[in-house]
Design a protein around this ligand. Structure first.
Ligand code: SF4
Ligand code: SF4
Ligand code: SF4
Length: 502
């Protein structure tokens, strides 16, 4: 071995007494880890290529396989951890930026886990969601500050365009190209069945998916890939992507090797050319510029579609959100620093941005203080993991949540964090036809529907426990939350009391 050798991160453990040499693991692994040695007549493997995606483990018919983290260690050093050392070796070998995918995996505070939800006792009885009607429907868009009456005295019930959701969760932006046709189809089918929305991401809308337009948010990003009038009119709403929580301040790069066939046609760029989204929109350098794009999109769609502006959670997010709320946008989407991505420089993903819980609380408070909270709805994403996170987000001030990683997990993702390789063994983050067909859209959509139905049931139970029968009555109701193990400053920013305080 040479100076470039790095001991594999994972070891493949094969129980020889169970292995029948059926070679299913070999067929299932696009990373070419497993192979059959005809001389020894045994299955062997090259563990250096294993990314711990669990595909072979799941498909081995005799349960002969498991993947374990290698225990080949370096001498302990609190300052120079094993991960840090290996990253330096990799960069010294390649001279390149360290790429990774999915969300920030580092053990930074997850505030959702330090916030607890209230329940009614004695004086304010809980509501039984199995016996009482519970409303989880939400409408996203501008609302009136006051009740208006028409000249004849009747109530003015006209509202600016709204997005209607049967529950306060949507599937967030994942582009066709970064994920597969079958993954997009699974999301579209599930969104339609559930009465919620999925998001095209920045890769345009495949012609087969125009029929799901009522359940689609079409995205306009800095590269403007696949954007044209028919596309803008196809969706229920339009999202301007200004930033992404996993990589604030930088653009995107889908390599030319993935720009093939339908991906190239949908993005409207030549096959084999890299799809590079610039860091800024080259026509937006101020809120006034943003306003021009917001109104251009409204004009192009006859003022029938709400416009979302999506930004990464960064240090001055409250001031930015205040500007967006005045730009004419109908909805602000805030993407926290644990949000996922199909590919990002690991240093950026792991070190830039702020947690979405903090950003949400700061934005909601700022908009309330300025009297413009009803100008916009707030949607948050970036590691919403379960129904309790959704409830906490709504009580902190959100109108709805975006989920992506949780949705991909439902589709089979095992968080191996190598989406950028294009060799996703679960048929999600890949364009290789033999891998794409591993994800059956009917199965995928049913799993998403199951997940969302389970969450909605839990949301109703949590609401009932608080004595609340409508999710809109929970929005911004921070009295329903208490912090645990948080500093005074953290509690102040979150706008909640500590557990034990009345
Ligand atoms: S799938 Fe299981 S039984 Fe078949 S060759 Fe691999 S380890 Fe052996
Ligand atoms: S990369 Fe995935 S399929 Fe291949 S050996 Fe590792 S866990 Fe198994
Ligand atoms: S989508 Fe596929 S490649 Fe990406 S983390 Fe999940 S399993 Fe791995």
């Amino acid at each position: 071995m040479s100076i470039e050798f790095i001991y594999p991160e994972f070891e493949v453990i094969r129980n020889e007494s169970r292995c029948t040499s059926c070679r299913i693991c070999q067929k299932q692994c696009a990373n070419e880890v497993h192979f059959y040695n005809i001389e020894t007549k045994r299955m062997e493997c090259d563990e250096s290529k294993c990314v711990n995606c669990h595909r072979c483990v799941s498909f081995c018919p005799t349960r002969a396989l498991k993947i374990v983290k290698s225990d080949c260690s370096f001498r302990e050093n609190a300052n120079w951890s094993e991960t840090t050392m290996k990253e330096i070796y990799k960069q010294a070998n390649s001279g390149g930026v360290l790429l990774s995918s999915m969300g920030n995996p580092n053990p930074l505070p997850v505030y959702w886990d330090r916030i607890l939800i209230n329940a009614s006792q004695v004086t304010n009885p809980p509501i039984d969601p199995l016996r009482e009607p519970m409303e989880t429907r939400v409408y996203l868009g501008k609302k009136s500050e006051k009740v208006h009456r028409l000249p004849d005295g009747t109530l003015d019930c006209e509202l600016p365009p709204q997005l209607e959701l049967s529950m306060p969760v949507m599937f967030s932006a994942m582009s066709y190209g970064s994920i597969s046709y079958n993954a997009h189809k699974s999301l579209a089918l599930a969104a339609k069945e559930l009465g919620i929305l999925y998001n095209t991401g920045e890769g345009g809308l495949h012609e087969d998916f125009y029929c799901y337009g009522e359940n689609t948010i079409v995205q306009v990003a800095s590269g403007r890939f696949g954007v044209h009038e028919k596309y803008l009119k196809a969706g229920a709403g339009i999202e301007i992507k200004m930033g992404q929580g996993a990589k604030p301040g930088i653009g995107g790069h889908l390599p030319g090797t993935k720009i093939i066939g339908d991906v190239s046609r949908t993005r409207m760029i030549p096959e084999g050319s890299d799809a590079i989204s610039p860091a800024p929109h080259h026509d937006i350098y101020s809120i006034e510029d943003l306003r021009q794009l917001v109104y251009s999109l409204k004009e192009a769609t006859e003022y029938k579609k709400p416009v979302i502006v999506k930004v990464a959670a960064v240090h001055n997010i409250a001031a930015i959100a205040s500007g967006i709320a005045r730009s004419g946008a109908d909805i602000i989407a805030i993407d926290g620093f644990r949000g996922g991505t199909g590919a990002a420089p690991a240093r950026i993903r792991d070190n830039v941005g702020i947690p979405v819980e903090i950003a949400l609380a700061a934005v909601d408070q700022r908009l309330r203080d300025e009297g413009i909270r009803n100008n916009v709805s707030i949607v948050v994403g970036g590691s919403i993991r379960n129904s309790a996170d959704v409830i906490k987000a709504i009580a902190l001030g959100a109108d709805a949540c975006y989920i992506a990683t949780a949705a991909l997990l439902a589709l089979g993702c095992h968080l191996c964090r190598t989406c950028q390789s294009g060799k996703c063994n679960w048929g999600i983050a890949t364009q290789r036809p033999e891998l794409v067909k591993r994800l059956n859209p009917e199965t995928g959509s049913q799993r998403l529907i199951n997940l969302m139905n389970a969450w909605n049931h839990e949301i109703k139970e949590l609401m009932g426990g608080m004595g609340i029968n409508s999710i809109e009555a929970l929005r911004g109701n921070r009295l329903m939350l208490r912090g645990i193990g948080l500093t005074e400053k953290e509690l102040e920013i979150l706008g909640i009391s500590h557990a034990g305080e009345c």
